[in-house]
Design a protein around this ligand. Sequence first.
Ligand SMILES: Nc1ncnc2c1ncn2[C@@H]1O[C@H](COP(=O)(O)OP(=O)(O)OP(=O)(O)O)[C@@H](O)[C@H]1O
Ligand SMILES: [Mg+2]
Length: 250
Amino acid sequence: MQILTVVSLSGGQGKTTTSFFLGLTLASLGFKTLWIDGDPQHNLSLYGRSPHQNDEPTLLECITGQVQPTDAIYPTDWENLSLIPSDRALEQSQTHLANVTMGELLLKKRLKNLDFDYCIIDSPPQRSQLCVTCICAADKLIIPVETNSKGLACLQSTLETIDELSENMAWQGEILAIVPFRDTIRGLNRTKTSREAITYFEQLCQERDIAITPSIVDSEKYKQAIDRAEYLPTELNSPFNKLIELAGVV
Ligand SMILES: Nc1ncnc2c1ncn2[C@@H]1O[C@H](COP(=O)(O)OP(=O)(O)OP(=O)(O)O)[C@@H](O)[C@H]1O
Ligand SMILES: [Mg+2]
């Protein structure tokens, strides 16, 4: 099983959107795919439409070891796509992760031996114990960032955190790609803010030899597709098609 964590250390950068459509894309190709909701805000769990009930196990109980991961996996409305959901209580995992030895590697260990082709972890926006364990579980990291000044600052702090974990040997995977989020086109042209941000991302990716995907354009259609549980039109799915190509899927 290949584990892909979607990480970006600021709110609203497109982590859940990327996790959602990447999961759908992999599952639609017939790969057995597992979504893990690593964010106490639990948006992926809401989008995922699983039959999970409030009193049933979630990611929290997997992390604390009260249940096996297989006991917290639920089907979703989509074929080949399952979910380990979360809720607000996931915040309680922070204390557990801080108090166990090698908490950063705990999720990676828990996910060993699961019978899926791909696992996609949606992570929380702050640099917390939970976020670090989501990063360290990954074989590959995907970093969505908004095409504006907040996105630039977020990319820098995200890369700093990843570099630090990599130097400490806590994480030894690779960065799969940066995904520009909410690329804003007005008329036929990209706005100055988006253009400047993307130029910066491209330079940085070239310097660091990191791939960059086509942008997720600023469009209500992504939100609509999530709300209606629909697939994206082909032209809007290109960032996710590129991600699976980079991951060696197709
Ligand atoms: N293509 C798009 N254009 C404009 N808005 C979008 C697009 N895709 C998603 N959104 C909206 O942008 C917001 C942020 O997206 P998303 O939830 O994926 O970010 P996030 O990084 O997971 O945020 P958080 O850190 O709060 O979990 C959401 O309200 C989402 O509905
Ligand atoms: Mg999110």
